[in-house]
Design a protein around this ligand. Structure first.
Ligand code: GRF
Length: 210
């Protein structure tokens, strides 16, 4: 039992947990989650937030009628304060939307302890490898370079480290001899799109205990 993590309340289809999905790119994982949420679930996406104004995935949120905003880095703030200044902007948007659980879905920023402390237990990530193997931004490249036969994806609670919080679930994916990064990424993503909604169901209905 790690008392540093405070999990969300139990949601129901009448009173679903309010999710924010944070993205940086095309948002295929976001699109899969929104399709899943077409049916009433114990979680509902109320905010899509990207760290770039032109992130392609914002359109998935807009198409679903969900508030979808880009919150770029405040370049007027000097480094090293810029990261936390950005996170303060993100945090304000999450609070303004009464968000209860933050879902990282291809959000390509490493969060600072300042942000993690405020959301610990209510901040989840999906990573495209079987953690603890191949953390970081190049999981598929690293898996191929290591010559493994099996890789996969991992949903975990976020702590102050990089891809290092408590693992909630994993799915395996075979690595084929002719795989390149792109082919492997596509096959792993298909598994991610099944795994993430399922873990969110369990987390938001009180079935995950630490
Ligand atoms: C996913 O593979 C996710 O695991 C990784 O980034 C990718 C995002 O893809 N962190 P998309 O933007 O959801 O298509």
């Amino acid at each position: 039992m790690d008392s540093g993590f405070s999990l969300p309340r139990v949601g129901t289809s009448d009173d679903p947990i309010r999710l924010a999905v944070l993205i940086s790119g095309g948002g295929s994982g976001l699109a899969a989650l929104l399709r899943y949420q077409h049916t009433a679930r114990c979680h509902r996406t109320v905010l899509v937030l990207a760290d770039k104004a032109d992130a392609g995935g914002l359109q998935h949120g807009r198409d679903a009628g969900i508030t979808s905003i880009g919150v770029p880095l405040p370049m007027q703030v000097e480094k090293p304060d810029r990261r936390v200044a950005h996170e303060r902007l993100v945090h304000s948007e999450l609070e303004a939307a009464d968000v209860e659980l933050v879902v990282l879905s291809g959000y390509m920023r490493i969060l600072t302890p300042w942000f993690v402390r405020r959301w610990k237990g209510r901040l989840v990530n999906i990573h495209p490898s079987l953690l603890p193997d191949f953390p970081g931004a190049h999981a598929h490249r690293d898996a191929l370079a290591a010559g493994v036969n099996v890789t996969g994806c991992t949903v975990h609670l976020v702590d102050e480290g990089v891809d290092s919080g408590p693992i909630l679930a994993q799915m395996k994916v075979e690595v084929r001899p002719d795989d390149d990064e792109e082919a492997l990424q596509e096959r792993v993503k298909r598994m991610e799109h099944v795994l993430y909604p399922d873990v969110l169901d369990r987390l938001c209905s009180g079935l995950i205990l630490l």
